[in-house]
Design a protein around this ligand. Structure first.
Ligand code: GCB
Length: 903
């Protein structure tokens, strides 16, 4: 764990002079100082140096940055399906006083991705492999202590390295020093964990009951001084109010240059206040080293302590402090819009606050250890956590890879050991998803054997390093493979990542899988470590289907999954994939580069599914209109002359029933079924105010939302509510709201007299076994990909029976056929299917005028590129707008159409 952050020092004061600070001798030297080195680094990408270069080459393009920093914050979102993976240099200067020379000074990096070399004053000081754990660089003897500037130069490299996990994964491997860096100075005698970056003090609770608890404090103490040290080790346990609960003093002698491990046993804390999600009560354990003779305080570390006992039962699930608790929560990536992985502490904490406010009690820290701030928040807020190392999809069968995995497991455990919220260590994710030798059966079996051997060695390390916690592996839904190869036998808990109804076709497969796995492995406790469906918050539909990426399909999916999970006591817990949307650079999707399975958007706005879980998990009264992110809507009046259009409004509540009122008109009460009420609501053109109300034990609970609605007349020539414009997605059943200017697009319809619609053709559907219409290809040249991802194939006409007047027409095209990308690692169903190329040439006439001649989208613009053709038109003949498509080769297409009345 991050002891440094827990030290009671006034960081703010020390931070004041960051660029060239010095440790002052005017105040007594504290046992330990920890000073942030986050400010004012010079940074440059390095595409010039050769391997083995010890310094940044000349000619780099330096800029000032503060840490946390990543060089990939922007390029992961551009149209290329690539981001910079290579070297970057960071440089910084600072000064030290002479007095520091007699102390131990080292640099502590909380995380740099993924290979780091550190140079101090031009000399090599140390290196680290792996992007998700902290490490210290012992630089003391390379530093200058006479008030002249010291220079640290740090080379970070995020290129693929076959010996360092992760090798492939569905997230972005941002490069840079993306967590804090500290300069730490201690006395010669101090706590230490030099090999694995921990603090040197490990707190365990060998026995806990409601009456009594025991605490063990194991400290590793180093004497780097020239003489034998006679010491007193004093441990103090305080409750939340700062009252002393227990203390213990032990004597210890350490010879010069030696280190020693001492374990103090505090045998009896009576009536301990237990730690649980409902009441995350924390004690503090302070461990101090005193000089036995002078009583001078030499070092001190503080750690949180939570008293709890827990177990997983294969048939009955999870138990905490003797009570059955269903673990429900989410996984989380360290990733935020515009920041990449370089997140300030506030965002880490805010994420856990959002998880808690959802009513969750579980966090899978996936797929790698994350910032200590996250786990401190879990301790404080009562979120049970599982932490894992990033061995994802595939391994390299090399000793160096194995060594790096083992090292990562040890670093993870040592650095996070004292978080009472952590109950599980995990070390592999879907490791048989991308085996390397699929065509060679014998070799493949050998590979599987190596995977299992590696798993066993990592599991052994976890159990040895920390016998107090459980171990886990998360697998994808190929039960037989994991079972037959013996991988399921290795960890104490088996996690399954299941996506039936998303990557898999049949949503009912989820329940079947859980029952089947439990039946065949009745002795093994089981968790669902992933489930989720993409929800692009800009996409909505009245007819949700798998892979339409709409908010509504995700609601349907989670509804079914949660029900099935709650039904089965043998499922100890479940983690939704994912708490928030995150970047996965290779992904195409409706929102390219983004995995949209978050309960929250990339910048942490709640989606409807978040409210769904609140209604299901919160114990306090809850009511919420599931529309907060769909405040701009459109719809067509059913009958000629109607001044309203009907649309569904869903409300999530844990109360019995609710009533809805739109624009002051009561629509009546609905009983909540499965925590939701639903109304068909008549929207008027313009602003609509919706208020829902529920009562519980004499109290009223409300929620309201303002929705801006654009009402399309059923008959476009109507003078009441006259036609002003329309945006139509062809070949689509989705509504799309453009984030930037709130343009709203609606699904197409077949042409009806008096109204509008297509004539001829069928909705385009990519043949990938997933989408029932449209494509998920990323479209270059637009941020509004869904406008271009569907189309009417073989269209012959488009008609809008608008009144006479002036119009601006925009026809949107993109060639959707033809392969552009390779099969991606996260494609769990592996059914990318054929991507036939199109050969199409057509003419377009608007009101009999040839507007596009010999139009060949692919040839003129390339594949999957947004092409918008805008023109003005005067309609004078009472015949509205008539767009005619004449095929010359292949089938004509139209992806979207915008018509605006201009005056
Ligand atoms: C998985 C992976 C996770 C992906 C997720 C998805 O099974 O473990 O890393 O992000 O599926 O969304 O495809």
């Amino acid at each position: 764990m991050d002891r440094y952050a827990l030290l009671k020092i006034n960081l703010a004061l020390l931070l004041a002079a960051c660029t060239s600070f010095s440790f002052s001798q005017k105040v007594p030297v504290p046992g330990r100082t920890v000073v942030s080195l986050n400010d004012q680094w010079d940074f440059s990408i390095d595409t010039l140096s050769k391997s083995g270069d010890n310094d940044a080459p000349k000619g780099l393009n330096w800029q000032k940055v503060n840490l946390p920093h990543t060089w990939n914050a922007a390029d992961v979102m551009d149209d290329d399906h690539d981001y910079y993976r290579g070297k970057g240099w960071y440089k910084k200067t600072f000064k030290l006083n002479e007095a520091d020379q007699s102390r131990r000074v080292f640099l502590y990096f909380k995380g740099a991705n993924q290979q780091t070399e550190v140079y101090v004053n031009g000399q090599y000081a140390g290196k680290h492999s792996g992007g998700y754990t902290g490490f210290s660089i012992r630089a003391g003897n390379l530093l200058k202590y006479n008030g002249v500037a010291n220079e640290i130069a740090v080379k970070v490299n995020n290129s693929l390295n076959e010996d360092i996990p992760p090798l492939t994964a569905d997230f972005t491997f941002y490069g840079g020093i993306y967590r804090d860096v500290y300069l730490v100075s201690t006395n010669n005698i101090h706590f230490d964990d030099p090999d694995y970056g921990g603090g040197g003090v490990c707190v365990t609770t060998p026995t806990v009951s409601t009456q009594k608890a025991a605490v063990d404090i194991r400290s590793n103490i180093v004497n780097s001084g020239p003489t034998t040290a006679s010491l007193q080790i004093v441990t103090l346990i305080q409750d939340q109010a700062g009252r002393q609960v227990s203390t213990q003093t032990s004597a210890l002698k350490i010879n010069a240059g030696q280190s020693s491990v001492i374990t103090q046993h505090i045998l009896s804390v009576s009536n301990p206040h237990l730690w649980s999600p409902d009441e995350p009560y924390l004690y503090t354990v302070s461990t101090r080293i005193y000089d036995a003779r002078s009583h001078q305080l030499l070092d001190e570390l503080s750690n949180p302590l939570g008293f709890r006992w827990f177990s997983f039962d294969a048939g009955k699930g999870f138990f905490l402090n003797g009570k059955a608790v269903k673990l429900i929560g989410a996984s989380r990536h360290q990733d935020f819009e515009g920041l990449g992985n370089a997140l300030p502490k506030q965002i880490q904490v805010h994420d856990i606050e959002m998880l808690k406010q959802m009513g969750a009690n579980f966090l899978r820290v996936a797929h790698y250890p994350q910032d200590a701030a996250l786990l401190e928040a879990c301790d404080r807020l009562g979120i049970i956590a599982s932490v894992e190392i990033p061995v994802v999809n595939t391994i390299t069968e090399s000793e160096t890879f194995y060594h790096n995995c083992r090292n990562m497991v040890r670093e993870m455990i040592h650095q996070n050991f004292n978080h009472p919220s952590i109950l599980i260590w995990a070390y592999m994710n879907e490791i048989m998803l991308r085996p390397k030798f699929e065509k060679d059966k014998l070799r493949l079996e050998q590979y599987y054997k190596h995977v299992v051997e590696l798993a066993q060695s990592l599991d052994d390390i976890c159990r040895r390093e920390d016998p107090s916690r459980y171990t886990m592996i998360s697998n994808h839904g190929n039960f037989d493979l994991y079972n037959r190869t013996g991988l399921t036998a290795v960890p104490m808990l088996v996690g399954w990542n299941l996506y039936d109804g998303w990557y898999g076709k049949d949503i009912n497969g989820f329940a079947r899988f859980m029952d089947h796995a439990h039946q065949l492995m009745p002795e093994k406790p089981m968790l669902i470590t992933e489930y989720g469906a993409d929800a692009d918050p800009r996409l909505h539909t009245d007819t949700p289907v798998r892979f339409d990426k709409t908010v509504e399909y995700a609601e349907h999916y989670h509804h079914i999954y949660l029900k099935e999970i709650l039904k089965r006591p043998f499922v100890a817990g479940a983690a939704i994939w994912n708490l928030a949307d995150f970047n996965s650079n290779l992904r195409e999707e409706s929102m390219p580069h983004i995995n949209n399975k978050g309960l929250l958007t990339w910048n942490r706005q709640a989606k409807n599914v978040y409210y769904f879980y609140q209604a299901n998990l919160l114990k306090s009264p809850f009511i919420k209109i599931a529309s907060a992110l769909w405040a701009y809507r459109t719809g067509t009046a059913v009958n000629d002359g109607d001044t309203t259009a009907l649309q569904t409004i869903r409300v999530y509540t844990n109360l019995d029933s609710a009533q809805l009122c739109i624009n002051g008109k009561l629509l009546g009460w609905q009983k909540a079924i499965d925590k939701q009420c639903q109304w068909q609501v008549p929207f008027i053109n313009g602003e609509n105010m919706i208020v829902v109300t529920a009562y519980d034990r004499g109290k009223t609970y409300n929620d309201d939302v303002r929705i801006n609605f654009k009402l399309q007349p059923a008959n476009l020539k109507r003078v009441t509510n006259p036609f002003t414009g329309i945006n139509i997605l062809l070949g689509s059943k989705r509504y799309f709201v453009d984030d930037f200017n709130h343009e709203v697009w609606q699904p197409d319809q077949p042409y009806q007299k008096g109204s509008w619609g297509f004539i001829g053709g069928v909705p385009y559907a990519v043949n990938n076994g997933r989408q029932s219409y449209g494509s998920d290809k990323a479209i270059s040249g637009t941020a509004n990909d869904p406008v271009f991802q569907t189309q009417q194939l073989g269209i012959t006409q488009y008609r809008l029976d608008v009144p006479n007047g002036n119009y601006e027409i925009t026809m949107d095209f993109a060639e959707l056929m033809g392969s552009k990308t390779k099969d991606l690692a996260y494609n769990l169903s592996r059914s990318a299917g054929s991507q036939q190329s199109a050969d199409r040439v057509f003419d377009v006439y608007i009101n009999d005028k040839l507007t596009l001649e010999d139009f060949n989208i692919a040839e003129q613009y390339g594949k999957a590129r947004a092409v918008s053709k805008k023109m003005q038109l005067v309609v004078t003949d009472d015949n509205g707008i008539r767009i005619l498509f004449r095929a010359k080769k292949g089938e004509p297409v139209l992806n979207a159409l915008q018509v605006k009345k201009i005056y």
